[in-house]
Design a binder for this molecule. Structure first.
Ligand code: ADP
Ligand code: GLC
Length: 477
């Protein structure tokens, strides 16, 4: 079964968020299920540098000029088609925006090309490997199902929504540049309120649409979280489903993680205490085993609800807790967190930036990982927290609702609690969750029991891979 994934980023080559974690892990997990999986990626410098390129597949004349299609493999052995187009992708830094955080003006062409090349592969441009299913991820790849429909459906298509809020909407005049049939610019097509929408194209043209948790699949069919596409998503009916992401155990495993101060497992937890002491020391926090260490590792955006954390930091520190944040994004939020740390350096530490190794060290050191999102399609950090024994404190929304069980009395009694879950998107509700965490912390025996349950949760990729395989088979692959 030949499956082509279409994506803009892939761990460990290039990562700005959870999308890369997924495209890095899912092909390997599908491979274990017997699928023959390849990925097509834009030729960003970081991606090109991380591949061993074995040759050129074709030179293609496209609406974006002449581009070369190269083939290579990742260090993990995944086959990758690389779109070599330096005039579009050779810009370094962030794949989507310039140094001033403005989206590149030609993003419609840069990412249309990704979908267009996927369609050429579906048509058989590589005579040795032709996919039965093209599986496109997020708006960047949203035109792939449209281009494939435009040439008579040479492959079946799956489109996965990782975040409905980022839609890739462009001016109507940009439609002419991307070489789709004129009649596709229609309400039954890629047109969205008079504009060109890549996200809508994926949802409209794909044979199947998935998103990254069952709860988010339901939420996006409603007005509040539908981002204007809820009507179309409701229309897709049975073609829409949710498949929960997993954790790549080769990357995230406290028993074998080379990036942390000491390894540990549910049965042998001394390493976690060493990790906590090492982090407290490195960050200048008071060295204390008694203070629960709360952590955030996140993009600093509206989605993540971190202004609630800022507003309620005192609820953690006044109870004797500590707080560490690693993140980057919104400039006002970056400086507000910096100020909070400067005012109370013994209890609050803040690192602004993106640091893969440090994110592992924080997971290993922390007692609590906070994810108070406004919305969350799946969320991976709470899954990493579970695995590393950092109990998730999360809002009951999207994938967070599907993966964390609150430490309510009845859940404790039944031995299924794994963290703390609050409902409303407000400071009061977050405080309720913080108080519940402290109440559990005050009962060390129960804390350890909950932590053990959390660490033994199985959120590996196998279950997700099996569900995607079923989907591909249902499409006739
Ligand atoms: P999203 O994709 O919405 O950002 P996820 O929870 O799905 O949220 O995935 C976020 C991924 O990015 C995780 O692997 C997390 O560890 C990582 N991450 C986020 N911010 C940082 C950072 N500042 N440094 C290192 N890793 C980060
Ligand atoms: C998006 C979502 C996040 C999800 C990730 C991977 O970035 O915001 O919730 O975990 O994609 O699917």
């Amino acid at each position: 079964m030949k499956i082509l994934h279409v994506c803009a980023e892939m761990f460990p080559l290039l990562k700005t968020g959870g999308l890369a974690d997924v495209s890095g892990a899912l092909p390997l997990a599908l491979g274990e299920q017997g699928a023959d999986v390849r990925v097509v990626l834009p030729g960003f410098p970081a991606i090109r540098d991380g591949l061993s390129i074995s040759g050129e597949v074709a030179t293609l004349q496209s609406f974006a000029g002449e581009v070369r299609l190269l083939f290579g493999t990742t260090a993990q052995g995944v086959g990758v088609y690389l779109i070599d187009a330096p005039h579009l992708y050779g810009r370094g830094g962030n794949p989507y925006q310039d140094g001033n955080q403005h989206p590149y003006a030609d993003n419609h062409v840069r990412f249309a090309l990704l979908g267009w090349v996927a369609a050429r592969l579906a048509e058989g441009v590589d005579p040795f490997w032709r996919p039965a299913v093209v599986h496109a991820h997020d708006w960047h790849a949203g035109l792939a199902p449209a281009y494939i429909a435009a040439v008579g459906h040479p492959a079946r298509t799956v489109f996965t929504i990782h975040n409905l809020a980022y839609q890739g909407v462009f001016a109507p005049s940009d439609f002419a540049a991307v070489d789709l049939p004129a009649h596709f610019f229609d309400v039954n097509g890629v047109e969205f309120h008079g504009h060109l929408s890549f996200m809508k194209a994926g949802i409209y043209f794909a044979d199947r649409v998935t998103t990254v948790s069952p709860t988010y699949a339901r939420e996006i069919t409603g007005h509040e979280q539908g981002c204007g596409l809820d009507g179309l998503l409701r229309d897709r009916g049975e073609a829409l489903s949710g498949v929960l992401n997993g954790v790549d155990g080769a990357v995230w495993n406290p028993a074998s993680d080379a990036l942390i101060a000491a390894t540990y497992s549910a049965d042998k937890m001394t390493g976690k205490a060493k990790c906590k002491a090492a982090l407290q020391q490195a960050l200048g926090l008071q060295e204390s085993t008694d203070a629960p260490l709360f952590a955030v590792v996140s993009r600093l955006t509206e989605q993540k609800g971190l202004h609630l954390v800022l507003e309620r930091l005192h609820e953690i520190t006044s109870r004797g807790g500590q707080f560490v944040l690693l993140g980057s994004g919104d400039a006002a939020m970056e400086s507000a967190f910096r100020v909070a740390a400067a005012e109370n350096p013994a209890q609050i530490a803040v690192r602004i930036g993106y640091d893969e190794a440090f994110s592992h060290q924080i997971m290993a050191a922390s007692d609590v990982i906070m994810v108070p999102s406004r919305y969350e399609p799946c969320g991976l950090t709470q899954l990493y927290g579970l695995k590393y024994g950092a109990l998730p404190l999360v809002r009951r929304v999207g994938g967070l609702a599907d993966t964390v069980a609150d430490c309510s009395l009845e859940n404790l009694q039944e031995g299924i609690a794994t963290g703390a879950v609050f409902d409303g998107f407000s400071g009061e509700e977050l405080t309720r969750g913080i108080r519940r965490i402290f109440a559990l912390w005050a009962r060390p025996k129960e804390w350890k029991a909950v932590r053990k349950t959390a660490m033994s949760c199985d959120f590996g990729w196998q279950a997700a891979a099996e569900q995607y395989m079923q989907l591909y088979r249902a499409l006739g692959a």
